[in-house]
Ligand binder design. Sequence first.
Ligand code: NAD
Ligand code: 4PL
Length: 244
Amino acid sequence: MTEQRVAIVTGAAQGIGAAIAKELAADGVTVVVADINAEGAEKVAAEIGGTAASQKLDISDEANVAQAVKEVEDEFGRIDILVNNAGLVPFTPWDEMTFEGWKRTFNVNANGLFLMTKAVGDVMKKAGYGRIVNISSNTFVAGTPNCADYVATKGAVIGFTRALAGEIGKHGITINAVAPGIIASEGVFTTGHGNGFDYVVPMQAFGRRGVPADIAPAVAFLASEKAAWITGQTLVVDGGHTRN
Ligand code: NAD
Ligand code: 4PL
């Protein structure tokens, strides 16, 4: 890949996605900052500068996904990297969980992942090349309470990653997952998860809060040429919180 590579990072208006977008851009990748929050996405793309672009995108809306992916293909002629980062991170004790809430979480975290991977995967298939990185969570390993819907979607991300790897390798596409531990993103402090650091930091190998920039390099590695022999894997990046 000597030419300029192009990436779509979903949910990149803030938090982990914004850090991933910045990391890829620093690696010389042309990044499309895609988010349902158009204004935030625009701001991150402007901060990156250079060739970075932004896009308003709801990953759970089939028509929006089709149009947005076509737009990127038309403008840049290629999509080398897809980072499926956008997601809802609700904090809902089981006694308060409803079927509506469960479906809302699955609609974005699982269905949105499907729609983006399907649409961008078709573009990658034509090119015979692609790198897909899905953001899971170490809650799947830890069985973190107060978000059973969320943990189930993050297990779905890992199952999907494992299953699809064997089917899309023949098209030159790798697909892997990164499973972060609790990270001080903007989103995490808007819910009860903000108190999670008190419990989690003492279990980590390092006594500080994880930040979005702690996650981005692992994603950039899996999106790079250096990771060409790695597919179907999940890399836990959590400061040693879970170690099994
Ligand atoms: P965040 O809430 O700070 O940011 C998420 C971004 O996704 C927001 O900009 C939001 O507008 C966007 N988004 C939400 N729904 C969308 C949709 N339908 N279409 C497009 N964009 C949408 O979240 P974060 O903490 O940075 O988390 C990012 C990812 O990392 C998520 O997949 C999350 O599950 C995962 N993760 C987070 C943590 C953590 O502790 N923060 C830990 C492990 C995994
Ligand atoms: C350990 O992915 O991994 C809280 C909220 N605690 O979203 C997460 C831990 C949260 C996590 C996560």
